[in-house]
Design a protein around this ligand. Structure first.
Ligand SMILES: O=P(O)(O)O[C@@H]1[C@@H](OP(=O)(O)O)[C@H](OP(=O)(O)O)[C@H](O)[C@H](OP(=O)(O)O)[C@H]1OP(=O)(O)O
Ligand SMILES: Nc1ncnc2c1ncn2[C@@H]1O[C@H](COP(=O)(O)OP(=O)(O)O)[C@@H](O)[C@H]1O
Ligand SMILES: [Mg+2]
Ligand SMILES: [Mg+2]
Length: 350
């Protein structure tokens, strides 16, 4: 497994301008196809992920991307070696599940059941506290949290019973791809909980010095970037402030943080063995190959980290050098399929 820092080297062999892309495109069209990837993505995801550089690199290696027509039966399309998907709704999940049953030879990235688990902010973090990371230079925790399904007015008692300390981050229980499912609030006192709309999770706010680590996973590869996050909440603030406040969607900021501007105790990346251990365990437990993890370092500690969010097929366009990482990942899939004699274009020279 490889963990890499965010500063990726540019591949100078790959042209950056439109004109040059066309030239390379033509030259590489002679390359034999070795992997056919069917994709079902929202137009936003298609735009951010299937960028020209990725397509050019892919073509050079004999990897082709084919758009899946959602209005036609999936089994009548293809054949595909790999299906890459992120679409909303249970209907789509049923389609993919049914397709995987009928076509076990196709690699579906990733299984709908596994994705469903991290679309719920309760099941997403379940089991993380008892990961087997004893040998891994650091500690992984999850913030204390509870679920409120129906009534926030009576949840003040539950919060006390569960031993949760204010302020609490209120997050919609289900992540369904809508902007609303990313609308988060900070609640400073129990009376203010009545203003929140269930179903949601109430999670203890963890001071972390305003920096978040986004840990991107693509198969075996791990890449970490820093993002700005919420500032610490002081004790004075905890005592004096009341009410609920919506906070901005800090984690989706496109720009990564430049570590030179930050306190090194806050900005230092989580230790490599810890990330490797965490990702290995999560990949196995979740059964996912494409995801990222939002992690924060408990303020004042060196090696105590909290996992606060896991996202399926996140915005890889913001991961440095994601194109090459994905090409290597796809080639690994092609190699594995080739060895099993399962490639659509079987018999093709590798
Ligand atoms: O839109 P992007 O590129 O910011 O990606 C979103 C992710 O941002 P990130 O890559 O972590 O910075 C975003 O991550 P966060 O939840 O903001 O940490 C989600 O993965 C989001 O998908 P969904 O709405 O939860 O289904 C992702 O949205 P989709 O692109 O999958 O719609
Ligand atoms: N328990 C927490 N303690 C401190 N900050 C948090 C906590 N939970 C979330 N945040 C902040 O809120 C942001 C969004 O929360 P997150 O759980 O990642 O939801 P989303 O799925 O919408 O990204 C995080 O990136 C982080 O900046
Ligand atoms: Mg997040
Ligand atoms: Mg998220």
């Amino acid at each position: 497994m490889r963990v890499e820092e965010e500063e990726g080297e540019e591949d100078n062999m790959v042209p950056q301008t439109d004109g040059e892309v066309v030239a390379l495109d033509t030259a590489s069209s002679e390359q034999k196809e070795r992997l056919v990837i069917g994709y079902a993505l929202t137009s936003k995801k298609k735009q951010s992920f299937l960028q020209p550089k990725l397509e050019v690199l892919a073509r050079k290696k004999g990897i082709s991307f084919v758009s899946i027509d959602q209005d036609k039966p999936l089994s009548e399309q293809g054949p595909f070696d790999v299906v890459l998907h992120k679409l909303l709704g249970n209907e789509w999940h049923d389609v993919i599940e049914d397709y995987q049953k009928k076509h076990p030879e196709v690699t579906v990235l990733d299984p709908p059941g596994a994705i469903q688990r991290i679309y719920n902010r309760q099941s997403m973090l379940q089991g993380l506290a008892d990961l087997n990371l004893a040998e891994c230079d650091g500690m992984i925790c999850v913030p204390k949290q509870m679920v409120v399904l129906h009534d926030t007015t009576s949840s003040a008692n539950e919060v006390a019973k569960a031993g949760l300390k204010f302020p609490l981050v209120a997050k919609p229980l289900l992540v369904d791809g809508t902007a609303k499912s990313h609308q988060l609030f900070l609640a400073y006192d129990c009376l203010s909980l009545a203003e929140l709309e269930p179903p949601l999770v109430l999670q203890e706010f963890v001071n972390h010095g305003g920096v978040l680590f986004k840990v991107f996973v693509v198969g075996d590869v791990i890449r970490v970037v820093r993002r700005f996050s919420l500032p610490n909440v002081s004790n004075v603030e905890k005592e004096k402030v009341a009410g609920v406040f919506q906070f901005p969607r800090v984690s989706s900021a496109a720009a990564s943080v430049d570590k030179t501007d930050l306190d090194p105790r806050v900005a230092e990346l989580p230790p490599k063995p810890l990330l490797e251990g965490l990702v290995r365990e999560l990949r196995n437990r979740l059964g996912l190959r494409l995801f990222n993890i939002d992690m924060i370092r408990e303020h004042g500690s060196q090696d105590v980290f909290y996992v606060i969010d896991i996202n399926y097929f996140p915005g890889y366009g913001k991961m440095p050098d994601y194109e090459q990482v994905f090409i290597d990942f796809f080639l690994g899939l092609a190699q594995a399929k080739h060895e099993k004699g399962l490639c659509v274009k079987s018999g093709i020279e590798m």
